[in-house]
Design a protein. Sequence first.
Length: 632
Amino acid sequence: MPKPRYLGTSASWPLLDEIRESFLLIVGLYRTKAYKSFLSSTQTSPHDIAISQLLPHISTPNIHKISVQDDTRLDFIVVGGGTAGNTVAGRLAENPNVRVLVLEAGVGNSKDIEEIRTPAEAMQLRNSKYDWAYKTTMVKRDDYERIEKPNTRGKALGGSSSLNYFTWAPGSKGTYGMWEEYGGKEWTWDPLVPYLRKPATYYDDEKAYPEELTKIGGGGPIPIAHSALIPEMQPFRDLLTEACKSTGHPITENIFDGTMLGLIHSVNTIYQGRRSGNFLSVADKSNVTILPEVHSKRLIIDEASRTSFSLLVKSSSRKGFFETPKLLMLSGIGPAPELAKHSIPLIVDSRWVGQNLLDHPGVPFVLRVKDEYGMDDYILRKGTPKHDHALNAYSKGYGGPMGSGFLELVGFPRIDNYLERSPEYRAAKASNDDRDPFCPYGQPHFELDFVCLFGSAFQWHYPTPSEGSYITVMVDLVRPVSEPGEITLNSVDPLQQANINLNYFNNDLDIIAIREGIRYAYDILKHGEGFQDIVLGKYPWKMPLHDDELMKRTVLDRSQTSFHPCGTARLSRNIQQGVVDPSLKVHEVNNLRVIDASVVPVIPDCRIQNSVYMVAEKGADLIKQDHKDIYA
Ligand SMILES: Cc1cc2nc3c(=O)[nH]c(=O)nc-3n(C[C@H](O)[C@H](O)[C@H](O)COP(=O)(O)OP(=O)(O)OC[C@H]3O[C@@H](n4cnc5c(N)ncnc54)[C@H](O)[C@@H]3O)c2cc1C
């Protein structure tokens, strides 16, 4: 067996003496073999091994222990216990004889943390200790540049599924069709549908929705359900639905068969008032051991054989980073010029690592509405009778508004008529064989999130109003045409975050699209039947709807992430096209796979957690297929 080369440290790595296959999940997952000699050399008692012995580079204040039988071995180590990582860990642990260790940079007890489990608290998690809180370049144009902090990403078991805003949508068939160019036929809608449905179990306890929707949950560990129809939100629901109908916006409950158009009651990762984060995939699995509050510094890759062996880890710090491309680059896999800048020895010149950073830019806006239509008093105004009422209801079986994620009504419109008004759009369409440059396969142009209170996570530049009721609308452009952004190294120090440039609005067409999307949303709310009567004003200032130049400035100033970054280690047919092959193995490296949001080659046309779970479910099956000895 070739000797591993220990990057960046002189420390030895005696423990994993024979590695059969390695995988990178968010950060990494390793299949190992022949631990017996290691175990016998390190055991402190017949049945306990201190993790500090297992992983000598951890300096954790707590002594984490795993129990190991005399003759057991660890089969897999998953690094990054997030949305994808835990799905894979949970699936691999379906064989009760397999032992899985999960290394997670954040806390490990998400399941028991009330702020994480209580849906109405979700927006308060921004910039908390459970948030990586990245500094991010949002816009970098010759005429405009903007850097923001924090950009939220989950740092807790369950990853971003522990902090996200719950909506569960699969995306359109047309967009998955575009994945074929990168992953081949097996990465298109029809073969992926079972994986989109496998992670969840759908509940409709009140039998309020079409029975056929049970198909969207295939018995998986994540309970999903339509938003509970909280009575306090009924007036908002009714009026918004009426307003949409009267302005010709379609209403539907089925966005799960490849077409996503219309206003829906959102399905969410909330069940019976509790967040269904992906700590659930590994909960109560006796053959999965979680090691929290450690993170990986780099992979150990043998230079001669280009074989991944293991990784070095360190105790956690407050700094976070977009981990996968950064870890690859720190380990010698990445664009040669980028690695040379930091004097990192090159193992594989993989030019797409860190490139193709995709996300949905969005512009939020807030309207003040009549008091009975907003939930602000119930959720945001501590000490008021309504807030007490909400707390009281939640304390009795997780009922009432605290159990809501508030993204209850979501619209997926096409706005061709609005776009056609723009000469720039018409020219772009004409030069694209007269096909819509954004959504040529019938996909929605936008996801419109209608939130019936002041949504601080979407409006962090403005103070939360101390009185009155509000609604927040997030206008997410789901098929932007700007050049993707990139992640580059900031330093060789693994604890420094990478440079993140989302590169929004590198193409003016995206500004025009969002401008029109805002106008469309305003038209529903200001002119739709019923709703117009409850709008009292705009907050914090008026939207300059009638002035294109001012709207451009508004979009540049007020746009923000919809929290869906992906694509920086994309799926591909070869190394000229991307980072991982259709089996999610890293090109030109043995024993290494990437399974997380970074492999997504074309961003889905909605919020992306369902797609990330899908990638992980498929990834788990791909791993199993390669290890038939333990997965018959
Ligand atoms: C605020 C917010 C709101 C969102 N809302 C929605 C929504 O409503 N609907 C939707 O569909 N999607 C939503 N998303 C997107 C969705 O949640 C994410 O795309 C998805 O969860 C990403 O999964 P992942 O496995 O790629 O990464 P994550 O789930 O983020 O997992 C990465 C994990 O790796 C850990 N980690 C990182 N580095 C290291 C290291 N070096 N060592 C050890 N561990 C490490 C992290 O702590 C984390 O647990 C939202 C995201 C955010 C942040």
